[in-house]
Write a protein that binds this ligand. Structure first.
Ligand code: UDP
Length: 243
């Protein structure tokens, strides 16, 4: 199948190096200590953070750092076909672990010993790249909860179809069976905290695809900074009104 037309356009009209439209909203779940919705094109996820709070299972308590837990799930209505097992299957367990490890790289856990932070991420609408969208939503939700972090983790994926590196694959491109490289970075510290790939790629092409995904992560980071700044301004404005 042709995923890039002779004019250089993808099936959804994007250029190879173009990301889908991103949109974020802070504070979507008022019960949570921090929350956010993050959209990458038609992929839409929500993240809710609880904590730092008392460790529920005392045997897991750590005297020198906080315990981070993460649960990824997909809503039954998030895909075209009805999702039978929204959580607890192998894929969800793997993605939960990947997101937890990625978020642990930026949370300053040593500042919150003997406590627990729960990160829940749920896919409301799935169209490829849900793990990246969940990491971006989790970063915003953790910031909203006031959890100390050394940087903002952001994530984006890129693939390789019809001999062309493609940024931010959607579901149709993802299910083409080509390589899908998901990258997570700490933009300020200039570090890679996540690198996952399905399928195979020659090393020189992998470098190109990874570079493209990293550019996507940086674009997400710029957007997330803008959203956080805007949110802080609004909070200050509201505080000003109350005083
Ligand atoms: N997907 C689906 N049902 C499932 C699992 C995945 O429809 O049970 C779709 C969904 O759009 C997802 C895509 O397949 O985004 C690719 O899944 P993958 O495991 O590669 O994870 P993702 O790219 O979402 O991080």
């Amino acid at each position: 199948m042709e995923y890039v037309s002779p004019e250089g356009l993808r099936l959804d009209g994007r250029r190879p190096m173009e990301m889908r439209q991103i949109r974020a909203e802070i504070g979507a779940v008022s019960r949570a200590d921090g929350s956010a919705i993050f959209e990458m094109g038609n992929t839409k996820v929500v993240a809710a953070v609880y904590g730092p709070r008392e460790v529920q299972n005392r045997s897991q308590q750590m005297s020198d750092q906080a315990l981070i837990r993460c649960e990824y799930s997909m809503a039954n209505f998030s895909t075209g076909d009805r999702k039978r097992k929204p959580k607890g299957d192998r894929r969800s367990t793997e993605i939960s672990m990947v997101i937890r490890q990625t978020m642990e790289a930026c949370i300053m856990t040593h500042l919150m010993p003997r406590s627990q932070i729960d990160i829940y991420v749920q896919v409301l609408q799935a169209d490829g790249g849900t793990r990246s969208a969940c990491i971006n939503a989790a970063t915003l939700a953790l910031s909203d909860a006031g959890i100390p972090m050394c940087d903002l983790v952001t994530s984006c994926s890129a693939g390789y179809l019809n001999s062309t590196p493609l940024l931010d694959l959607n579901y149709v491109e993802d299910s083409a069976g080509g390589p899908d490289v998901t990258v997570g970075i700490l933009p300020k510290l200039d570090k890679v905290t996540l690198l996952q790939m399905d399928s195979k790629l020659p090393i020189d092409i992998l470098e190109n695809v990874m570079q493209l995904a990293t550019e996507g992560c940086k674009a997400v980071a710029n957007y997330i900074r803008e959203i956080l700044l805007e949110n802080t301004k609004q909070l200050e404005y509201r505080r000003g009104l109350m005083n």
